[in-house]
Design a protein around this ligand. Sequence first.
Ligand SMILES: [Zn+2]
Length: 294
Amino acid sequence: MRKKSRFFYFLVSICLIVLCFFLFSSLIFSGEVPGTEPATSPAEVKEIEKSIEAGLETENEERESREEQEQKSPGSSAVTESNEVPAPDLPSRGHEVKQAWDNALLEKISFLQNPLPGALVSSRDSQLPGAPRPYRNGVHEGLDFYSGACGIDVNFGDPVFAAGPGVVYRIDHDYQEPSTGEREELLRICAENGDTPEDILDKLRGRQVWLVHSHDIITRYAHLSEVAEHLQEGDLVEPGDFIGAVGNSGTSEGAEGSTANHHLHFEIWIGDSYLGEGLSPQEIRELWTLVLEK
Ligand SMILES: [Zn+2]
């Protein structure tokens, strides 16, 4: 009886050991360890696979677009990688121009600065030199600074400063605003002539200051609401000196007595050409930006 009992316990022990072994090995192979959560559920594994696939797709697309760009401009990536400075795009002109834009010209006018500090060259072609002016059958010869198109607020009465060292050639202390009727008569003559006669253009620029600088350069400031009282023709001015204030003289709104349409009209003349004459709007914008936004 004792032997049978021993054998029975022995058998039970063996069974328990075998059972424990199977249980333990099944846990190991299924990756489940008691007391820990599975690292990733099957749903999460699917999500990860999807995002890896998406990532690979994006990478492929990016590589394809890079390859496309390289085919369009071979060697461009090599230039970027080696930090070489690419040759500048020279302005191309399909027509004869009066005034060449070259480094000599830029050097000549490099002393000039912005008459409205902080203002940018207008974003609108119609406010650039060379823009057509159908209302008087003519061409715009200067750059307009208007609120909303030059990066800063331009208010009626804002100070205007000398763009460079020079001599006051003209300052309109005794300006008389033409009436609306007088102005209409001026425009009628323009329509009849098919252009803008110089004396009429001068009246349409309103109250003005002209400065003469070195190298045969003249700057003109037009549509002013007032001019610096202390300045007279022949006076020397330094860059940044106050010379007048923003207004709308010479415009139809000025003739009506309102302050609407106020802006600074600024011209740069080199000899008998205005800066940008004969160039495309894009070239004019680039050239004026080099001069005023430095
Ligand atoms: Zn203008």
